[in-house]
Design a protein around this ligand. Structure first.
Ligand code: 13P
Length: 254
């Protein structure tokens, strides 16, 4: 059975005191109110990871993620962070290939293939992001583009490796815009991604992979999106910065 996951990508927001307050609020609300067994992953900036790990403690419901990592073990890469550094402060999940990293930091599918492999080799779970820009959707090439992103970054993995990857479909036109994909559009793309995996590997393996939707998920649209058969949760940006909204999104699985 694949896992339901709600992950909060804080991006470059929150000072450490603000992040600690947000984390404490989320932990309390999740413990008091949430009835489902979805994993909740908090993904703050690197500087906050260690402190936030202490707040999370040994919770097996609330987990810690990072927003990126480098593809080498160590060395002269000023300003970068490696996968084993992340593991050493309690990180379990790492976002890779977010559209903002692709757009502003030139990350290619080839680079992402290296990062995904490296993260898996360090026993961390990659949350691999894919998604098309508006002009691609309008031209009707969105499935081809997303299919290529997934194939180039993930299809060199062995069956045992790809099983451990979480995929996040985040249409770029829905990120931070308030315009979410309809539940039907999300389902259609998620089913397409799962079919591609089934075609390359096999159906039962494809059924094990969690595919999250990201892009303007809010408390009032989460239930409809998450109820789609191939949507296994969300990667949440803006709404993850408000404990009440984020918890209510997690409760959409109740
Ligand atoms: P928003 O939820 O703010 O649209 O951001 C989505 C996102 O980019 C999560 O990674």
């Amino acid at each position: 059975m694949r896992k339901n996951i709600v992950a909060g990508n804080w991006k470059m927001n929150c000072t450490l005191p603000e992040g600690k307050k947000l984390t404490s609020e989320v932990i309390h609300m999740v413990e008091d109110e949430v009835k489902n067994d979805a994993h909740v992953v908090l993904i703050p900036p690197f500087t906050h990871l260690s402190s936030i790990h202490s707040l999370i403690g040994s919770s097996n419901k609330v987990l810690l993620g990072a927003q990126n990592c480098h593809q080498s073990k160590s060395g002269a890469f000023t300003g970068e962070i490696s996968a084993d550094m992340l593991a050493s402060v309690g990180v379990t999940h790492v976002i890779l290939g977010h559209s903002e990293r692709r757009e502003y930091f030139g990350e290619s599918d080839e680079l992402l293939a290296q990062k995904v492999k490296f993260v898996l080799d360090n026993d961390l779970t990659p949350i691999f992001c894919c998604g098309e820009k508006l002009e691609v959707r309008e031209s009707g090439a969105h499935e081809k583009l997303v299919g290529d992103q997934v194939a180039k970054a993930l299809f060199n993995l062995s069956p045992d490796e790809i099983k451990k990857v979480v995929i996040a479909y985040e249409p770029v036109w829905a990120i931070g815009t308030g315009v979410t994909a309809s539940a039907g559009q999300a389902q259609e793309m998620h089913a397409f991604i799962r079919n591609q995996i089934a075609f390359k590997y096999d159906q039962s393996l494809a059924e094990e992979i969690s595919i999250l939707y990201g892009g303007s998920v809010k408390p009032d649209n989460a239930k409809e999106i998450f109820s789609q058969p191939d949507v296994d949760g969300g990667l949440i940006g803006g709404a993850s910065l408000k404990s009440r909204d984020f918890t209510n999104i997690v409760k959409a699985f109740d």
